[in-house]
Design a protein around this ligand. Structure first.
Ligand SMILES: Nc1ncnc2c1ncn2[C@@H]1O[C@H](COP(=O)(O)OP(=O)(O)OP(=O)(O)O)[C@@H](O)[C@H]1O
Ligand SMILES: [Mg+2]
Length: 277
């Protein structure tokens, strides 16, 4: 099997999306992906794509399978069925650490910064390609998140929730990702911190990094993302352009509520595809 190209091509985050327009094929393609935890099926046949430079948001109620899907993409849980292709290559036999090296960066739920390491060391741990590029990348991350520069000598654990989320995103950016997987970046943050974190996400997105964004805050997520996929009990039940999904407010709220609570407007097992205007 051909190796993933671990040296690049990456998307330096100073590059504009126009450089990406000519790229062919999606960055990420999931086909009928199934993930099981023992006898329980958490993801039950999900197909979706993320194009080059595109941001897709994955919405859904608690337990819908969103985090599990991100874990399957980054190789933290094994596939129970289906296929994941990244940059046109099948990831089936590619271990997680090689997926990370090839440009898939995962910012997990709950941030997970190293609390007894300094901010700077946390960032350096995100850099896969060691060498002279690292200092430049560090500079870019500090430029994007001036607060991390100010706090660079401080321990990760002493940062506020919003600062820790920025650190987690900054650490992911240190690897020069081509695909950023973000799991609930707004979770547990104050409204001001959410605004700041989403402003940072928007800038990363504008610079052309492809993104799969899991969020419970659908309003914010739909503002940032080009397209949305709604998961319910492990299946895609609604998908379309963010603008179109936004206009389906009632249906969206029904799907984002607790499973089985409100079935208004949606199909039970089918997938609703909302056409773009
Ligand atoms: N390690 C695990 N072992 C067993 N079951 C798990 C495990 N992790 C998740 N699950 C189950 O898989 C299903 C999907 O969980 P997942 O964490 O992917 O949902 P989610 O959409 O991210 O939810 P949330 O919005 O609460 O984060 C749930 O029923 C959950 O209980
Ligand atoms: Mg989750």
């Amino acid at each position: 099997m051909a190796d993933l190209d671990e040296g690049g091509p990456r998307v330096p985050f100073t590059r504009s999306p126009s450089h990406l327009a000519a790229a062919s094929g999606p960055v990420l393609e999931l086909r009928d992906v199934v993930v099981r935890y023992g006898a329980a099926t958490a993801v039950a046949g999900v197909s979706l794509q993320v194009g080059e430079g595109e941001a897709v948001t994955l919405l859904g109620a608690n337990g819908a399978g969103k985090s599990t899907l991100l874990r399957a993409i980054s190789g933290l849980v094994p596939l129970g069925g289906g296929a994941i292709r990244y940059g046109g290559r099948d990831l089936a036999r590619v271990p997680g650490y090689r997926r990370a090296r090839s440009g898939i960066a995962h910012v997990p739920e709950g941030r997970r910064v190293f609390s007894s390491f300094s901010v700077r060391d946390n960032l350096l741990m995100g850099a896969y390609s060691q060498g002279q590029g690292v200092e430049a990348r560090l500079g870019e991350v500090y430029e994007r998140f001036p607060i991390l520069f100010e706090r660079r000598g401080q321990l990760g654990g002493s940062l506020s929730g919003g600062e820790q989320q920025m650190l987690a995103i900054g650490r992911a950016l240190m690897s020069g990702p081509r695909l950023l997987l973000l799991d609930e970046p707004s979770l547990g943050l104050s409204p001001i911190a959410i605004t700041q974190v989403f402003e940072a996400i928007r800038r990363v997105r504008e610079e052309g990094v492809s993104m799969l964004l899991v969020e419970q805050n659908s309003t914010l997520a739909l503002e940032v993302a080009d397209r949305a996929c709604v998961l319910r009990t492990g299946k895609v039940v609604l998908e379309g352009a963010s603008q179109a999904i936004k206009s389906q407010d009632k249906l969206l709220r029904a799907y984002l509520g607790s499973p089985g609570r409100d079935k208004a407007g949606g199909k039970e097992n089918g997938k609703e595809v909302v056409p773009s205007q």
